[in-house]
Design a protein around this ligand. Structure first.
Ligand code: HEM
Length: 110
């Protein structure tokens, strides 16, 4: 029924999202500019109030955010590789230090 929610947590302020999910009719009554534009785009079909409590609204927003984070990970370094990469960097630093120490030439100046 409603608009695609993909990316909605980055597209909207959190306080606005809370209100839209908890009390969408209240936003329309207040002539909120975003709500009015959405109402126009949905051919005047308003979102009904879902009757969720504050905790449930927070859980829905946390869920929506968690989906956004999953798409971020695909773009960057997959999180399961991060420990391997960090350990690799530390091992390289240690090997370099050991190599520098062991490979030091002693030169006698007479
Ligand atoms: C847990 C359930 C739901 C959540 C979390 C949710 C969330 C949202 C959000 C965040 C928006 C704003 C989208 C944006 O800013 O682009 C929106 C708009 C909208 N939603 Fe929902 N929604 C839910 C259920 C529903 C249901 C059951 C309906 C209809 C049967 C509905 C109909 C609409 C419509 C028509 C809009 C456009 C705004 C308007 O015309 O007033 N939604 N919804």
């Amino acid at each position: 029924m409603g608009p695609d929610l993909a990316g909605v947590t980055t597209r909207r302020e959190e306080d606005w999202l809370k209100r839209q999910i908890k009390d969408p009719e209240g936003l329309i009554e207040e002539n909120d500019p975003i709500a009015m534009q959405l109402l126009q785009e949905s051919d005047n079909i308003p979102m009904v109030s879902l009757g969720l409590g504050d905790e449930e609204v927070a859980a829905v927003i946390a869920y929506l955010k968690s989906i956004e984070q999953q798409t971020d990970v695909v773009v960057g370094l997959p999180s399961q590789y991060v420990p391997t990469v960090l350990i690799g960097i530390v091992v390289l630093i240690i090997l370099t230090l050991v190599g520098l120490r062991v490979g030091k030439k002693k030169v006698d100046v007479r």
